[in-house]
Write a protein that binds this ligand. Structure first.
Ligand code: 5GP
Ligand code: ZN
Length: 115
């Protein structure tokens, strides 16, 4: 599976940087954001290095579907009952800080720190 040795999320996927995991399978990893905007804030990442939504091709469509479809299950398991947000930041003007594709999933009672 492709990995970028300098990528922080590849390092988390490889277990070389610790993270609080919420879900894992062969293709995907979910962990809690280190600076949460909301009471529950997790990041869904593919284990393979894909730089951003801009780098997604037809070969990734099923993977993207799985990332999105995981959100309701995660929120249920993490006790979120009144709805949640999903966000994908893309590129510099999109506010993407980590160049490894990730889906933010945020929920829990408001007010939130951001978003
Ligand atoms: P972006 O701005 O790229 O959409 O979001 C990147 C997110 O990754 C940010 O919300 C940031 O707090 C989170 N993040 C960055 N580095 C780490 C890390 O080492 N561990 C964890 N758990 N989250 C991180
Ligand atoms: Zn990566």
């Amino acid at each position: 599976m492709s990995a970028d040795p300098d990528c922080i999320f590849c390092k988390i996927a490889a277990g070389r940087i610790p993270a609080k995991k919420a879900y894992e399978d062969e293709e995907l990893l979910v962990f809690h954001d280190i600076h949460p905007w909301a009471p529950v804030h997790v990041l869904v990442i593919p284990k393979q290095h894909i730089e951003s939504l801009d780098a997604v091709g037809p070969e990734h469509h099923a993977l993207l579907g799985r990332m999105m479809a995981l959100a309701p299950r995660l929120m249920r398991e993490l006790g979120v009952v009144n709805g949640y947000r999903t966000v994908v930041n893309v590129g510099r003007d999109g506010g993407q800080e980590v160049p490894h594709l990730h889906l933010h999933v945020m929920g829990g009672p408001r007010p939130w720190a951001r978003g």
